[in-house]
Design a protein around this ligand. Sequence first.
Ligand code: AMP
Ligand code: DBH
Length: 532
Amino acid sequence: MTDFVAWPPEFAERYRELGYWQGQTLGDFLAERAAEHGSRIAVVGGDNRWTYQQLDERATRMAHGLLALGIGKGDRVVLQLPNVAEFFEVVFGLFRIGALPVFALPAHRHSEIEYFCRFTDAVAYVIADKFGGFDYRTLAARIPGLRHVLVAGDPGEFQALDSVPADASGPLPDVRADEVAFLNLSGGSTGVPKLIPRTHDDYLYSVRESAEICGLTTESVYMATLPVSHNFTLSSPGVLGALHAGSRIVLTPAPSPDIAFPLIEREGVTITGVVPPIALLWMDSPARGRFDLSSMRLLQVGGARLADEAAKRVETELGCKLQQVFGMAEGLVNYTRDDDPWDLTTTTQGTPISPHDEIRLVDADDVEVAPGEVGQLLTRGPYTIRGYYRADEHNATAFTKDGFYRTGDLVRLLPSGHIIVSGRVKDQINRGGEKVAAEEVENHLLAHEGVHDAVLVGVEDPQLGERTCAFVIPRSPEPSPAELRRFLRERGLAAFKIPDKIELVDEFPYTGVGKTSRRALAQAIKEGLEAR
Ligand code: AMP
Ligand code: DBH
């Protein structure tokens, strides 16, 4: 089994010659930023206000502390921190010793975390004590095989983050920029989530370019509104882009207007990135009138398709410019630009970061579609992975022979090069930016003894774009939808993956079209529902 699939040497050489891959590690990146912006505030989170210098020192201390605990180069560490300042000292501490953070989301529960820990042979798990009404220590107690559980806050039976040894002597391991820096998560479309290995070189290239495209400067205040470990919030331009530019990062524990708006006012936030449902929530919120949001320059919206009608409301209702962002943790990120005309900003998902992002639009037979036609988006480039972590079999189909990533997105290209996302071919439901792999949820449902068969489909929803509906053929004794929902929660599935609706049926509706595959079946059900 291959852990990491590298770029072919001729591509790596080209990206270096172009100056895209600069040979800098993320650990050195922070040190360089701290040397330049030392006394500026880098991170504001809760009661913490750390300067670049303080963050740099904390990261170094953490690096030595982690080493002293026996965590070393190449080790995997599952990280599940909410938007707290400690995220940064741990992540950069890990980068500095060449250990790989595995970026879990706060919403993940036992099913996902146990899998990440097992699949990556993680040596440690880093959590906050409690967040959003959930005690992560109860989750940690159920994960076997971990050498360390480190807790930001009250450690309970585990070890407090701030108790890791503070001795900062001795050398740190040698970390190379072409090595993998961390493992990101993919929404995925199969039974288990996929892990995405990103190198220091490739990630920093996308971060520097993103900071430039989004106009970040030392005057910018970037608010992390979505979870900070999400690829959008990390790198598009995200918190890393903010650090690159010497900007200030503000962490909001929740995106709701009652929490985010006062922070925008207090900290003078100039830019943030949200998913479409949050953009709608903010525009529709009566709280908008009660807070001064006039510092906001740019609202980035991505993660799921923003309806054109909603896009057109952003500027007038929130008093800032809109930027659409179409990205993926696997790599390719597209942005609408500051000088794009209004109609392109409000109806397209932008253009790729790099002139060396290669884009192909193909039909089901991998044949290039005619210009202007909708096709499946394939991409290859200086920051798009060539393979998932430990996934030889899946990689054989998720990538073409010549290394293009099959995004599973259906898109159209305008003559200007702007991309319009019009659908997808992957077995995934995009629930307002939260990706749900149909097969993963179906497998959990099938584990219930009262379930004969199950299919998860996405149905249109005005707020979320789409929500999930499970069609279940029961066997006796027949479980109720409430019982099935409880069953999924008890199996430790993240809340956003629990079906919004569960319908018990005798047979799958609308199977007339000859079900050649589960996906054909799901598609038939969906079309039947839409026709109804
Ligand atoms: P992931 O691979 O889990 O990081 O999710 C990336 C996927 O999110 C993309 O392949 C798209 O399907 C979807 N996505 C992200 N941004 C947008 C957007 N602006 N419009 C439509 N879909 C998006
Ligand atoms: O949805 C995504 O994964 C996403 C959206 C916007 C992303 O990874 C990104 C920007 O970098």
